[in-house]
Design a binder for this molecule. Structure first.
Ligand code: SF4
Length: 169
C-alpha cells in the first residue's frame, strides 16, 4: 500500500530480477586442496559469516553449485579433475581463485604444479594472499556479486579487472 492508501506497484525487467536473485543466492562448491582451504572455512564460520552475503549454502555436488571456489595448490595431476568438475556445473557459473597458489602457483614454481588455474578453467575473481584474509575473500565475493547483478559477461569482467590492474601498476 502507498502512503495515500492506494495500491503501490513496482516495475522492473525480468533480467534485472534474475540477476538480483542470482547474486544474492550463490551456491559455492569448495575445492580446497591445501592450507588455503582452512582459511576458506574460517570465512564461512561465525566470525566472518559469509551467510550475510547469501553465499553460505555450500554444495558438494557440481550440479547444485554455481560458484566454484578453488583454494590451494592445484597439481598438474589434479588439473583434469578440476576441469571436469567445472564442466559438470550448469551455466551460469562463476569461479573464484582463492590465494596465491590457485592464482599463480604461489611459491611452488615447479613442473608439477599448475601455474594458475586460469590455464585450466576461466576465472572471474582472484583473491590475493598466502593465505588471503577472510576480509579479502568477502571483498572478492562482493565484487563478483556486483558483476553478476550488473549482468556482466566473463569477458566484460576480465576487461574491467585488467583496467584496474593497469591503473594500479
Ligand atoms: S597460497 Fe599460501 S596458504 Fe594458500 S595454499 Fe598456497 S602456500 Fe598455502
Amino acid at each position: 500500500m502507498s502512503k495515500d492508501g492506494g495500491a503501490g506497484f513496482l516495475t522492473t525487467r525480468v533480467d534485472v530480477m534474475v540477476n538480483w536473485a542470482r547474486k544474492n543466492s550463490l551456491f559455492p562448491l569448495p575445492f580446497g586442496t591445501s592450507c588455503c582451504g582452512i582459511e576458506m572455512m574460517a570465512t564461512l564460520c561465525s566470525d566472518y559469516d559469509m551467510a550475510r552475503f547469501g553465499a553460505e549454502a555450500i554444495r558438494f555436488s557440481p550440479r547444485q553449485s554455481d560458484m566454484l571456489i578453488v583454494a590451494g595448490i592445484i597439481s598438474q595431476k589434479m588439473a583434469p579433475v578440476l576441469k571436469n568438475i567445472y564442466e559438470q556445473m550448469s551455466d551460469p557459473k562463476w569461479v573464484m581463485s582463492f590465494g596465491a597458489c590457485a592464482s599463480s602457483g604461489g611459491i611452488f614454481n615447479v613442473y608439477s604444479v599448475t601455474q594458475g588455474i586460469d590455464t585450466v578453467i576461466p576465472v572471474d575473481v582472484y583473491v590475493p594472499g598466502c593465505p588471503p584474509a577472510p576480509e579479502g575473500v568477502l571483498n572478492a565475493l562482493v565484487r563478483l556479486q556486483e558483476d553478476i547483478g550488473a549482468g556482466r559477461t566473463r569477458s566484460q569482467i576480465r576487461e574491467i579487472n585488467q583496467r584496474q590492474v593497469g591503473r594500479h601498476a
